[in-house]
Design a protein around this ligand. Structure first.
Ligand SMILES: Nc1ncnc2c1ncn2[C@@H]1O[C@H](COP(=O)(O)OP(=O)(O)O)[C@@H](O)[C@H]1O
Ligand SMILES: NC(=O)OP(=O)(O)O
Length: 311
């Protein structure tokens, strides 16, 4: 059965923590991801692709920081737009190249997407979104002292700079996405979207933040009436007691079970928790949310792999 699927691809799938951030490395990763996405499209499903940008937007921010004595630094919302363009270009060209090889006529369209947030969101006073490269604890302390950066530990993998991550409210271009998806693979809301708010006169302004792509993927799924919301990451399943001797793989679970595991503190903030929270919220609408590896996406849609969360 053909399903309307929103696929959210982790920023780490585009640049792994230990890889050098060259164009070639990132493009090769995107080509691999595009191959899997085309498999989903060729299985008859309509897909909207969204993706993370944590490593990429962090590097763009750092490039601006490094050059700011000579060239004015752009604000973070512009850096977000730049990362959407960069990854969108890679994604669209990789998808088109693969579709040409397969002889498929499906088109690919990348949308530069703004996402509205509340300018008074309390996230602006409490930065939590890790971006850019990883540092040791000593390096992180030095960056805080010398540059005033806010740094935080990221899911046991090292320290990263953190920026505010407000709740996404309204995805721009939803009507266009709903129409384009009938003939095309649509890439939208990359990096969680360019965060903006509207003032009293309905004028648009960017804000200094990076939206979590799992949370904006949820909104994208809800607002485009998707049947399935899939978060593709680098683990095959969600686990309880993750990394411990008694870790156990979760396959099909209910919202109630998922909420119980959240209460037990099974999922760290900044990695698995936002995915589970987004999955629970989507499953509460009566539809299916899936967290799985990129390689098993087609199998997961058939109910044969991944962690599937339903009411
Ligand atoms: N309970 C858990 N089950 C599975 N993975 C977990 C769990 N807790 C933490 N993780 C970590 O979450 C990571 C995925 O989150 P993250 O790196 O933020 O994903 P992405 O960049 O793909 O969106 C996995 O690589 C894994 O190390
Ligand atoms: N914007 C965002 O959530 O990016 P990552 O998935 O790379 O953290």
């Amino acid at each position: 059965m053909s399903k309307k699927v929103v696929l959210a691809l982790g920023g780490n799938a585009i640049l792994q923590p230990k890889q050098e951030a060259t164009f070639e490395n990132q493009y090769q990763n995107v080509v691999n991801a595009a191959d899997r996405m085309v498999e989903i499209s060729e299985a008859g499903h309509k897909i909207v692709v969204t993706h993370g940008n944590g490593p990429q937007v962090g590097n763009i921010i750092a490039q601006n920081e490094a050059a700011k004595e000579d060239i004015p630094a752009m604000p973070i919302f512009v850096n977000n737009a730049e990362s959407q363009g960069m990854i969108g270009y890679m994604m669209e060209s990789a998808l088109k190249n693969r579709l040409v090889k397969g002889g498929d006529k499906t088109n690919v369209v990348t949308l530069l997407t703004m996402v509205e947030v509340d300018k008074d969101d309390e996230a602006f006073d409490n930065p939590t979104k890790p971006v850019g490269v990883f540092f040791s604890e000593e390096e992180a302390k030095r960056l805080t002292e010398e540059k005033g950066f806010q740094m935080a530990e990221d899911a046991g993998r090292g320290f990263r700079r953190v920026v505010p991550s407000p709740e996404p409210k309204v995805i721009h271009g939803v009507d266009e996405i709903k129409s384009l998806i009938e003939t095309s693979i649509v890439v939208s809301s990359g990096g969680g979207g360019i965060p903006i708010y509207r003032d009293e006169d309905n004028q648009i302004h960017g804000v200094e933040a990076v939206i979590d792509k799992d949370r904006s993927g949820l909104k994208l799924s809800e607002q485009t009436d998707a049947d399935v919301f899939m978060m593709l990451t680098d683990v095959s399943n969600v686990y309880i007691n993750f990394g411990k001797e008694n870790e156990a793989k979760l396959e099909g679970i209910s919202v109630e079970e998922a909420e119980q595991y959240v209460k037990e503190g099974q999922f760290p903030a900044g990695s698995m928790l936002p995915k589970i929270e987004a999955a629970i919220a989507f499953a509460k609408t009566g539809k299916e949310a899936i967290i799985c590896s990129l390689d098993e996406a087609v199998l997961a849609l058939e109910g044969k792999a991944g962690t599937r969360i339903t009411l």
